[in-house]
Ligand binder design. Structure first.
Ligand code: BG6
Length: 489
């Protein structure tokens, strides 16, 4: 099917943190992709804002360089049109400098206006307040913020209050870039555009679910942020719980933003609390030591963050319960970590075994069906089924995948998550963004876990870089008679 380009009305996108890593690495190239397919309408403008003094021309040059550096064409017509939209305003987010110039630059035309805060989260509240004071929040204005929204439920509520004092909730777009990934949206298509799975999607037929987000990278230059965050706040509170919600939620009545978010919220509220009473049974945390990763010797976490001690986890595995009618008794195993042997994200839905074996399948019995949703890389879906091996020699069975690779099926590669999310925010479609109550409910699940870890006094368990985390994370699932999925290829 030919792709459909729906034009976006003219907008002003104001990027605070406009000379930062996120902006150069992701935002401008995502916007440029949309320029290339002629999605923008004149007079659309993209206004970079940062403290740095710089002329418009210098900033345009830096954006051109970034497009080149991150793999975009250099001199096509689209680049020139795109750079023509780029403006710059030097401004002190917490001081006086630049605000009146920004106001002048924005003018008073009634146009969609989106403020993207690609800044450190401690600036979210002050910038939002200031936008309010300067009367820069018009009725058609939106604000887009990145995670982390706070570091616990209370701080998230404070940020949400500050955003909510200036912008209506429907105009606040909290990004979880996992929701912008094509394969994550495909999970919804799989569940709600096929009649096949829904009758099986419950505790009567599903044995367990696994969610793995494995990374090979260490914390690199992000040590200062990461050491105050750890895997649970960096990955579980947001990306992984969002994936869990999409697997576990009830079918929403429509794709309307609140219909979807109401259902995700119900899941978050149904999670079985993990606290002092069950922390060691349900969680394992780890921290990487020196090892071998990405084909080379890799330093330890402490080395990477240049500290002598740290109790921050770079790996976490958890067993989570969803206490409702559909999922009672079905464990959701989740694991994520830095410096693991492979980079991939996947969701595995493990079905129950056949109730009675008529075939001789050896001491392990007949393997159960598994539905594997590969979020990245090699996006696709595999449904593992049993078949008879062809040829004579009796009924020899094999576990083989019905294989739906998106890359092989669709000619065009999946767009970068930010492309979709930026366009949705500019159009005012909040379905793929987190609502205030979702963010806070997720923190209310996470906070007691962190407190229980602190009470336990146990440091994270060591694991060598380039291994699958502490042995206890294997035991977490294997003592229930299950294994982490190893079948994809
Ligand atoms: C970010 C985390 O939100 O997600 C990073 O802060 C992590 O630590 C990244 O590396 C993973 O995203 P992706 O899209 O590469 O899986």
């Amino acid at each position: 099917m030919a792709s459909k380009i729906i034009k976006v009305d003219p907008f002003d996108l104001v990027v605070f943190g406009g000379t930062g890593d996120l902006a150069y690495r992701k935002l401008y190239s995502s916007l440029y992709h949309r320029e290339k397919i002629h999605q923008f309408t004149d007079p659309t403008r993209i206004i970079g804002v940062s403290r740095r003094e710089m002329s418009r021309e210098e900033f345009q040059r830096s954006v051109r360089d970034a497009l080149g550096k991150y793999g975009e064409g250099h001199d096509s017509e689209a680049v020139e049109t795109f750079l023509g939209r780029i403006y710059y305003q030097s401004l002190d987010a917490t001081g006086e400098r630049g605000w009146s110039d920004l106001k002048k630059l924005l003018g008073d035309e009634d146009r969609i206006r989106a403020y993207y805060l690609a800044t450190s989260p401690d600036l979210f509240a002050p910038i939002a307040e200031r936008i309010g004071e300067e009367e820069l929040a018009t009725p058609r204005s939106r604000i887009i913020v990145e995670k982390p929204i706070g570091h616990d439920a209370a701080s998230a509520a404070a940020i949400n209050d500050a955003l909510g004092a200036v912008f209506l909730e429907k105009n606040i777009f909290r990004i979880d870039h996992y929701l912008g990934k094509e394969s994550v949206q495909n999970l919804m298509a799989l569940r709600f555009a096929n009649a096949l799975f829904e009758p099986l999607w419950n505790s009567a037929h599903i044995d367990h679910v696994q969610i793995t987000v494995a990374e090979t990278l260490g914390v690199g230059g992000r040590g200062a942020y990461y050491d105050n965050s750890g895997a649970i706040r960096d990955m579980v509170q947001n990306h992984m719980l969002q994936l869990l919600c999409l697997v576990a939620m009830e079918p929403p009545s429509s794709l309307e933003a609140d219909a979807l978010r109401d259902e995700k919220l119900k899941v978050l509220k149904s999670l079985t609390p993990i606290n002092d009473s069950n922390i060691s049974a349900f969680t394992v945390r780890g921290q990487y030591r020196a090892g071998f990763a990405e084909g080379a010797p890799a330093a330890s976490y402490l080395n990477d963050i240049e500290q002598e001690v740290s109790d921050t986890e770079t790996f976490v595995a958890m067993k989570v319960g969803v206490a409702n009618w559909r999922w009672a008794g079905v464990p959701f195993y989740m694991r994520t970590g830095k410096r693991l042997p492979q980079r991939f994200s996947e969701i595995v839905v493990g079905f129950k075994r056949v109730p009675h074996a008529i075939f001789d399948a050896g001491s392990d019995g007949i393997p159960a069906n598994r539905l594997v949703i590969r979020v990245q890389p090699d996006e696709g879906i595999k449904l593992w089924v049993m078949i008879k091996e062809p040829g004579p020699g009796g009924m020899r069975l094999q576990h083989v995948p019905l294989d739906m690779s998106f890359a092989k099926t669709f000619a065009t590669p999946a767009p970068e998550a930010y492309e979709r999310l930026l366009m949705d925010a500019l159009r005012g479609n909040a379905a793929l963004f987190m609502r205030r109550d979702e963010v806070e409910a997720a923190w209310r699940f996470i906070d007691p876990i962190r407190e229980a870890w602190a009470h336990s006094g146990e440091p994270p368990r060591p694991y060598a870089a380039g291994t699958w985390g502490p042995a206890a994370s294997i035991a977490l699932i294997e003592r229930d008679g299950r294994t982490w999925n190893e079948e994809y290829e």
